[in-house]
Write a protein that binds this ligand. Structure first.
Ligand code: NAP
Length: 279
């Protein structure tokens, strides 16, 4: 039976071994930021990468439960981890995706800290409430669900989502239980938006198309790209050149990592150490 935890922050034995599980994971900066936070806190632990195929996920998580290993889940396994892990926090249950896990009394617990990370970036870009303002979300995967809930918490009631596979957009809106307008195109979604969020992987590779043409965005539109890479993404650079406030996914990465650290160790990490590691 799925257990819903009301709270996070007291997850038993502090882990000495942690993993980021995904495929691919070579590009992940999580080991860098978490090992920096662990060292700054004087904790005797290590955080590694583990590339895992979808078919191996359940057995790898089973081994983590047996050996007391905590960690993070990244794409493409966040939704599968939600389906596999029995004990979920209320947030992970609602979002339908798990990016953080730990072991308590031999049982695996799943949580979602992407919401906290996304909210930190939204508040940095748009400090005022989003009430009566339009927000566009591009993409409808595991992270789009967390972004949708963060936008809802930030007070927005006019959310437009475009996804390549429309059924994924409606499924997310139903699962997160937040009303969404499903747009037929990215252009329709971003029209008149005060904030546009890219939750697709577009921009990870040099030859990727832009999530949407910066020229069509409103002059006061803020831009949040979940993708991060050395030297920022091309979309963030083009939007800034247009004079729009724009951020890549680095703040979200650090803030979701800080929330995961709090769940594992019950205390705040050094954000300074985490930022220094990625800068
Ligand atoms: P996901 O579950 O695989 O979902 C990706 C979404 O993007 C799906 O809606 C997918 O559409 C769409 N998509 C994929 N390729 C596309 C393309 N070429 N053109 C248009 N749409 C496309 O991935 P995710 O976990 O949500 O992650 C999405 C991105 O966010 C990744 O780049 C990830 O690195 C980044 N991310 C960053 C952070 C952070 O902390 N900064 C946290 C989480 C995720 P289909 O359904 O049609 O495939």
């Amino acid at each position: 039976m799925t257990g819903l935890l009301p709270d996070v922050g007291n997850c038993g034995e502090p882990p000495s071994s942690l993993l980021i599980i995904g495929k691919p994971v070579t590009q992940s900066l999580s080991p860098l930021i978490q090992n920096a936070a662990i060292a700054a806190a004087g904790i005797n632990a290590h955080y590694d990468r583990l590339e895992v195929d979808a078919t191996e996920l359940a057995s790898v998580l089973h081994r983590c439960a047996r050996d007391g290993i905590a960690g993070n889940i990244t794409m493409p396994h966040k939704e599968a981890a939600h389906a596999t892990i029995q004990r979920l926090t209320v947030l992970a249950h609602r979002i339908g995706s798990v990016n953080t896990f730990w072991v308590e009394r031999g049982e695996l617990y799943g949580h979602n800290t992407d919401v906290e990370g996304a909210l930190a970036t939204i508040r940095a870009l748009v400090p005022d409430q989003l009430t009566n303002r339009r927000v566009a979300i591009l993409g409808a995967g595991g992270s789009a669900a967390a972004v949708l809930f963060a936008v809802h918490i930030a007070g927005c009631t006019d959310i437009h989502m475009h996804s390549r596979t429309p059924s994924r957009g409606s499924a997310i809106a139903a699962r997160v239980n937040v009303p969404v307008h499903l747009a037929e195109s990215a252009l329709d979604a971003v029209r008149g938006a005060a904030l546009v969020i890219n939750a697709t992987p577009l921009g990870m590779r040099d030859d990727d198309a832009m999530p949407v043409d910066a020229a069509v965005l409103d002059d006061s539109c803020a831009v949040f790209d979940l993708v991060y890479r050395r030297g920022e993404t091309a979309w963030v650079r083009v939007c800034r050149a247009r004079g729009l406030p724009a951020e890549d996914g680095l703040r979200m990465l650090v803030e979701q990592g800080a929330a995961a650290f709090r769940a594992w160790y019950g205390r705040d990490p050094s954000l300074e150490a985490m930022w220094n590691a990625v800068r």
